[in-house]
Design a protein around this ligand. Structure first.
Ligand SMILES: *Cc1c(COP(=O)(O)O)cnc(C)c1O
Length: 411
């Protein structure tokens, strides 16, 4: 039996034991109230008036989560036509959705134009295409401000070797194309990375964004992207939102003065809204003594939780079954036939087969990056809302794995 402890509120007051009993392990659990808390915290820190939070739903795109964002008053940032459709299905108005694709073909822009969503264009070729094929269509332009920011190489997307956005060095081309095709530029956007450690870098990028707005007389909104840092450990560092908020508010007043009208500010957070709401509950399969250390093998792997291997993130993990056990050192590893270390030489209360290990900060880019590698089904997802648990995605099974296979019987 797990001990009742403070950590029970990690899963919204419903005991993890009970959740695993009901839905099995491994299991993704999200707490709606935590999302709401983060949403309101952001809103008040960044300046409640004229700030629009567009949830970047690639972080966690279960339709129930998307609907909850709508209930909170958020808009939606979508990066694919499929996410766009999810947003419409969830009931968002087209103008509350911004489509920010990367390197997609013309048919995706046609689709977005037809649906009437805001379109965020990140390359000159797409800008020209829209100008030629959809006269009068207004756009937002994603600038690449050439600011190096982001937690690591894979998630820094604002530098000159990044595929994202139109370089500020191509400003003259943007102006030429929008003039030739009379494209109204209603928004300007930057998004320079995820998990940005250095607030100064973020401020610099925002400054570049505002300064470039002066070139676009039709501007109605500026989109500061996202990349807010969240702590992966309780007590870890996070972005200074108050600092960013004050700066944005100063720059906005300056721009509104210049244009003599209201300018809306958009931001598209993913991680900061949903990272902390999520807990990934797993079970210890086996403990193996190696020549130099001890492995704790969990009933999951990088098929379910890729972040430590892909981004080198270190997530806090708790032994919920034996919280007061003697501290020992483990390599926590997965069951996939790859090197899938979740944590190296991590001190934890003694782990025993059958113990529940909870990964914290498992809401963002966790389930959504899962796969069926090693022919393993994906886990279930549960949402806790007002102390009640709701199954929002059932666990996969072998039939799901075979569902799209066409067995031709050739052999
Ligand atoms: C992924 C993404 C975001 C969200 O970034 P977070 O670091 O999760 O807040 C925002 N905007 C765009 C364009 C993105 O691609």
């Amino acid at each position: 039996m797990m001990k009742k402890r403070e950590d029970d509120n990690l899963t919204g007051g419903v005991s993890p034991d009970e959740l695993i009993g009901k839905y099995g392990s491994p299991l993704y659990v999200y707490v709606a109230e935590k999302i709401a808390e983060q949403y309101h915290m952001m809103k008040s820190a960044l300046g409640p008036e004229k700030l629009r939070i567009m949830y970047a739903c690639k972080a966690l795109s279960n339709i129930n989560i998307i609907r909850f964002m709508k209930k909170l008053g958020a808009g939606l940032d979508v990066v694919s036509v499929e996410e766009l459709e999810l947003g419409l299905m969830a009931g968002f108005q087209p103008q509350d959705i911004i489509f920010t694709p990367s390197m997609v073909g013309p048919e995706d822009y046609d689709f977005a134009v037809e649906k009437g969503v805001r379109i965020n264009v990140g390359d000159l070729e797409a800008l020209e295409y829209i100008g030629e094929h959809h006269p009068g269509q207004s756009v937002c332009i994603r600038l690449n401000p050439h600011v190096y920011a982001g937690g690591n190489e894979k998630i820094s997307v604002g530098h000159e070797h990044s595929k994202f956005g139109i370089s500020i060095f191509h400003l003259r081309d943007i102006l030429r194309l929008t003039k030739t095709h009379s494209i109204p530029v209603e928004g300007l956007h930057i998004h320079v990375g995820s998990d940005i450690q250095d607030d100064e870098q973020y401020l610099r990028a925002i400054e570049v964004l505002f300064d470039h707005a002066l070139h676009f007389p039709d501007i109605r909104y500026l989109d500061i992207g996202s990349g807010f840092k969240v702590p992966y450990w309780r007590g870890g560092s996070s972005s200074n939102l108050e600092l960013l908020g004050k700066f944005i508010s100063k720059k906005r007043s300056w721009l509104e003065e210049h244009f003599q009208r209201n300018i809306e500010i958009l931001t598209e957070p993913g991680k900061i809204l949903v990272s902390e709401c999520g807990v990934f509950l797993t079970t210890v399969n086996t403990i193996k003594k190696g020549p130099v250390g001890t492995f704790a093998g969990l009933n999951t792997g990088f098929n379910h939780f890729l972040r430590p291997m892909f981004y080198d993130t270190e997530h806090e993990m708790l032994n919920l079954s034996n919280p007061d056990g003697r501290l020992k050192e483990y390599d926590l590893v997965g069951y996939i036939c790859e090197t899938d270390n979740f944590a190296k030489r991590r001190k934890m209360p003694e782990l025993r087969p059958g113990d529940t290990v909870a990964f914290l900060n498992a809401g963002a880019y966790a389930f959504n990056m899962s796969s069926n590698y090693n022919s393993k089904p994906r886990p279930a997802e549960v949402l806790i809302y007002k102390g009640k648990d709701y199954l929002i995605r059932r666990r996969e099974n072998l039939d799901d794995l075979l569902a799209t296979t066409v067995d031709k019987g050739i052999f």
